[in-house]
Design a protein around this ligand. Sequence first.
Ligand code: AMP
Length: 215
Amino acid sequence: MNILFIAPPAAGKGTFSDLIKNKYGYTHISTGDLLREEVKSGSELGKTLSDKMSKGELISDELIKEILEKKLETINKNKPFIMDGYPRTIEQAKAYEEILEKLNLDLGKVIYLKIDKETGLKRVLGRLTCPKCKKGYNKLTGYNMPKVEWVCDECNVELESRKDDTEEAYNVRYDTYMRETQPLIDYFKNKGNLIEIDSTKDADSTMKEIEQWLV
Ligand code: AMP
C-alpha cells in the first residue's frame, strides 16, 4: 500500500520515509530531494530553484508536476512507494490524481503528521543530513546522534545543514504550509483516507503508530 505524507516542515516526513524504506523496502520519492539534486547539479534551472528554496518559497505547480511525473514513470511498479513533499496545494492534489490515473498507480493512505510550530523550529535548527545517503541526524533533539561528531555513521562524510533550515526560512515555510497545504487535510478527509498521527513524540513511538497502518 502506497503512502502519502502531509505535514508541516520538520514534522518527520523524511525520517519516517527513511525508516519505512529501510524496514519494508518502499521506494521513497521526495520532491524536496529531487529539487535539491537539481540545485547540486549546478544547472541554470538549479540556480533558479536554489533562490526560491533557500527563502522557503514553493516552486511552481507546473514545474514540480513535470519533475514528479518523470520520476514516477521510472519507479518499480512492483514495490509500494512513499510520496514525501507532494502535493502541497489543492491544485497539486488534483494534478497528482491525474498523474496516478495516467500511470495506473494507487494513492494509498494519506498520513498527516501533526506537530506544533515550536517543536518544528527546534528540529529544523538542529537538523543535519548526510549528503550521500540522506540519513538524518539532529544535534538539538539528540535524534540519531552520530558516533563521530557531525560525520555520517554509514558513509563517513561530513553532515550538512539544509540551506532553508534557518529560523527565517522556517517561518516562511510554516506560513506557506498553513496557507497552501493545510487545506489538503480536509480535502483528503472528505475522501475518507486520512490518518492523523501525533508526531511530537519520540521517533520510535511515532513509527509504531505509523506501522499499525502499513498492512
Ligand atoms: P522539503 O524537502 O519537502 O521540505 O522541500 C524543500 C523545498 O522544496 C520547499 O520549501 C519548496 O521550496 C520545494 N518543494 C518541495 N516540494 C514542493 C512541492 N510539492 N511544491 C512546491 N515546492 C516544493
